[in-house]
Design a protein. Structure first.
Length: 139
């Protein structure tokens, strides 16, 4: 049973998946920092000094005004955290964009080259075989 587990773990797909998950986790932290620390502050400034992470709607009825989600939650107010959702949505779009343009497109391009190249070679070999056939017929 131990040998079977060892052969399962050492298969290429499992190792590739493990590496992908580890790198994906690190990439997620980089994208989170990019969105939260680099992109959203100037975007909030352009829109009117809005800090997206603290853009929320209090759902509990109260007379108080809260400047942050943390302050509202500390007072026991239920909040609808629109800004945090916007940050996460923007992070997802950035990750999807990066994965598509830096992983999917190059892989599709390589697959297309591989797909075209055997077909071209096969059509060339078919043409040569037809020429040989025609030469043999003429003799």
């Amino acid at each position: 049973m131990l040998d079977e587990f060892k052969s399962f773990i050492m298969r290429g797909n499992v190792v590739d998946l493990a590496v992908g998950v580890i790198i994906g986790g690190s990439f997620g932290k980089i994208v989170s920092s990019l969105v939260d620390d680099i992109i959203m502050p100037p975007l909030g400034l352009l829109i009117g000094k809005v800090d997206f992470s603290n853009l929320f709607i209090p759902l509990s009825l109260t007379d108080q005004h809260f400047t942050s989600v943390a302050a509202a939650k500390a007072a026991g107010v239920v909040t609808w955290n629109i800004g945090m959702f916007a940050n996460v949505l923007f992070q997802f779009l950035l990750v999807a964009f990066a994965v598509f343009f830096f992983v999917v497109k190059p892989i599709n391009k390589l697959k297309k080259k591989d797909k075209d190249s055997p077909a071209a070679a096969a059509s060339r070999s078919e043409a040569l075989l037809e020429e040989i056939r025609d030469l043999l017929k003429d003799k």
